[in-house]
Write a protein that binds this ligand. Structure first.
Ligand code: GLA
Length: 738
């Protein structure tokens, strides 16, 4: 049981082979963090690790008669008003207006396995032997509020998950104003913060900055996790690299507003917290009521950032994603969006699908524009009834025809949205978020349906499940194309307006739960104007996400590289599209477009009928190659080798290795071609040092031992790139043990 409780010292030690996390009880009954880092040997007491540099100044007040200065103590779940003047992890407003609390540990429970957090998404175990859990219950005697801090440590991965439950066990109403899912006080601030920022079409670019005194953080107040900041941050030691050094990852299993921040005190302690953004959040708790925060997932790596990412990949791919598609390689798909936008009819669609079938595609996906009066983005959203002018035999008929070709059929939906020009809006104008008496705020000419209301979710569920039930549908792309403004619900009273942003997300999760339960064989892909809701919460329901509307291969090297810090390759939707690219007007070679898209849930998004015979032959070969290697690529171990965000920022390289290390695929891509450069030794990772590998790149073949490839490197002839590739050239190296 990797959670020990030492009765004499009242300390808890969560550990596995890689990590130790030690919690103690302070003299005031609150919890303190004694250590979090690489595994250390257990002992009866770690009391000596409690070292507060008490500063005898009036400002650092301590509750009488103690000399305990909470300002200088590493706390597990700090509150405000106790002599700690840093940001608190939670805030509870009492009837008399006070926010001061004195929660003390009253009980604890240690058990094998992990409880479910439903309706919230969370990581899970398949057997109780995979993980152990600890619950610490603190109680505030005056109000009767109970705070349950939950921890789960996985046995085989350096992962600790955290969440918090608030229960009003008193007689008066309380209002929860802030409720972080995780707080970790680290003893020093000697870290760099790595996070993933962006905007539409350039999601999850890697940013790194040294920590400094004060607060640094990321957040979303958009109503979804957002393209601007992904709900993830890592603290790495300044000397940590991809291959070595200490890294702490924090990832939030939630799809709505969030905050992640690191506060470095002027005594050089670093406080990390992550949770639902307190802005727009206010949750009344009547006596007997509770509130469960979403889960945060902490990964500790003593061996660099690649290891941290590999742990997230394995955990999220196998113990966050669910359903029949979790362990399956993904079908090669063809989507019509960039080929036709909303301008199509059945004939056009069938012609595109047929060409797809001819080159080896397995799944055809019909995107936006098939329903209501949806001929452009001004009308029709919300009316989930097929447009028979475009598709006379309906979705049912079209799906049949596509299946008769030997392809599976998939469909696009955007259930959370409505155009004002729709039957749905005309019937229910109060079903959108809108502040009374204020401005209208359309974005992409659409409004957000108030999914905090169960009747709205019920209605949409009825409409969409009917379409899915009546047709043979194998895949759903669930889109969400705008952020939430004027967040006011006509169904909530003034006191409950602060609950609606979270209830909205609960409504989304509810609809996902219903549809994935009713249609367990369907492969779901989440999407939000590209990658604006690519988060672990979504992965619980949809095992893959549309990574970005930017399908330009050069941009995708960056977007996919950044996404790989947290998200498994199998979850990263990636398509080959036409050139010049619709977002960048850039022309990249079709082989590079495929080489980049191979490292994801691979597909095409263009009218194949417009390709030349030569290009079509290339596409055929690409699909043959991908089918042969997708198991290694999507289920193997992924390593970042060269960052497009560092160094000359001109080269990107990554690779995946099959679990048995017999096969590997290496990607190397460049942005601009520079003449007359020196050679490049690209050191590979994760191979069997003693195995002899045949390395194939195009027509070229050579044989090398794994240790040579990892220590000397793969010798890349840059001059050859110059000759063969030009700008945006890329190369794939396929390794097979012989
Ligand atoms: C979003 C998606 C695209 C496409 C369009 C359809 O932008 O990211 O892939 O589905 O919507 O309107």
């Amino acid at each position: 049981m990797p959670i020990l409780y030492h009765e004499l010292s009242r300390q808890f030690h969560l550990y596995n082979d890689e990590v130790s996390y030690i919690i103690g009880v302070l003299e005031n009954g609150q919890m303190e963090n004694l250590y979090y880092g690489a595994r250390i040997r257990d002992r009866e007491s770690f009391a000596h690790l409690h070292k507060e540099s008490y500063v005898p100044m009036g400002a650092y007040a301590c509750p009488e008669p103690s000399t305990l200065s909470l300002q200088h103590t590493r706390q597990e779940y700090p509150s405000f008003g106790t002599g700690d003047f840093r940001y608190p992890a939670y805030e509870v407003l009492q009837k008399n207006g006070s926010i001061v609390m004195e929660p003390k540990l009253v009980s604890h429970a240690i058990f094998a396995g992990k409880k479910k957090l439903e309706p919230l998404p969370a990581t899970y175990v398949e057997k109780d032997t995979e993980a152990d859990s600890l619950e610490l219950t603190l109680e505030d005697a005056l109000t009767g509020l109970r705070i349950v801090l939950s921890y789960t440590i996985y046995n085989a991965l350096p992962v600790i998950t955290r969440s918090v439950r608030f229960e009003n066990g008193g007689k008066e109403k309380l209002v929860l104003k802030k409720a972080m899912s995780v707080n970790v006080d680290l003893p020093d601030g000697d870290f760099e913060m790595l996070h993933l920022t962006g905007a539409w079409s350039r999601e999850r670019f890697v940013r790194m900055r040294p920590l400094d005194e004060g607060v640094q953080g990321i957040y979303s107040m958009c109503g979804c996790s957002s393209a601007e900041h992904n709900p993830f941050l890592a603290l790495k030691r300044p000397d940590a690299t991809e291959a070595a050094g200490e890294v702490y990852g924090f990832s939030f299993v939630y799809s709505g507003n969030f905050v992640g921040q690191v506060e470095v005190s002027t005594h050089d302690a670093a406080r990390v917290m992550m949770g639902i953004h307190p802005h727009l959040f206010s949750w009344p708790l009547e006596p007997g009521e509770g509130f469960q925060t979403p889960e945060a997932v902490m990964v500790y790596s003593a061996s660099g950032m690649n290891h941290m990412s590999q742990v997230y990949h394995e955990l999220y791919r196998t113990r966050l994603c669910r359903g029949v598609w979790r362990d399956r390689v993904r079908p090669v798909l063809l989507n019509n969006w960039e080929a036709t936008l909303m301008d199509f009819d059945e004939e056009k669609i069938l012609r595109i699908a047929e060409k797809g079938r001819d080159v080896g595609v397995e799944l055809f996906v019909l995107d936006d524009g098939w329903f209501g009066a949806r001929n452009d983005d001004h009308a029709g959203l919300g009316d989930w009834v097929v447009n028979t002018k475009k598709l006379p035999d309906g979705i049912t008929g079209l799906a049949k025809k596509v299946e008769a070709m030997g392809l599976k059929f998939g469909l696009w939906i955007e259930p959370e949205m409505v155009n004002k020009d729709s039957d749905l809006y005309r019937a229910h104008p109060d079903w959108i978020f809108s502040a009374p008496g204020r401005f209208d705020c359309p974005s992409r000419n659409q409004h957000v349906l108030d999914f905090s209301r169960p009747e709205v979710v019920d209605y949409i569920h009825g409409m969409i499940s009917k379409v899915i039930r009546e047709a043979s549908i194998s895949y759903i792309k669930w889109d969400m194309n705008r952020y939430i403004t004027a967040c006011y619900s006509a169904a909530a009273d003034a006191e409950h307006q602060g609950t609606i942003m979270h209830r909205y997300i609960l409504g989304v999760y509810d609809l996902y739960t219903r549809l994935t339960t009713e249609f367990p064989d369907i492969l779901f892909e989440s999407c939000a104007s590209g990658g604006a809701r690519f988060d672990p919460g979504m992965l619980y329901f949809a095992p893959q996400a549309w990574t970005s509307d930017d399908t330009d291969a050069n941009e995708r090297m960056r977007i996919q590289y950044g996404s790989s810090f947290v998200y498994p390759i199998s979850s990263t939707g990636a398509h080959v599209s036409a050139v010049p690219n619709q977002q960048t007007v850039r022309t990249t070679p079709i082989q590079t477009r495929a080489n980049v898209a191979f490292f994801g849930a691979f597909g095409y998004e263009l009218d194949l009928n417009e390709l030349s015979e030569e290009e079509l032959a290339q596409v055929r070969e690409q699909i043959v190659y991908f089918k042969e290697h997708r198991e290694t690529i999507q289920m193997g171990t992924y390593w970042r080798l060269r960052s497009p965000f560092e160094g000359n920022q001109n080269e990107t390289a990554w690779m995946t290795v099959s679990p048995d290390k017999r096969e590997a695929v290496v990607f190397y891509g460049q942005t601009l071609n520079h003449p007359n450069l020196g050679g490049l030794r690209l050191r590979l990772c994760g191979l069997d040092p003693a195995a002899e590998y045949e390395v194939v790149c195009g027509e070229e073949k050579s044989v090398h031992f794994g240790d040579e490839l990892m220590n000397v490197g793969l010798i890349l002839d840059r001059f050859e790139f110059y000759r063969r590739g030009g700008d945006f050239a890329s190369f794939l190296y396929t390794l097979k043990a012989i």
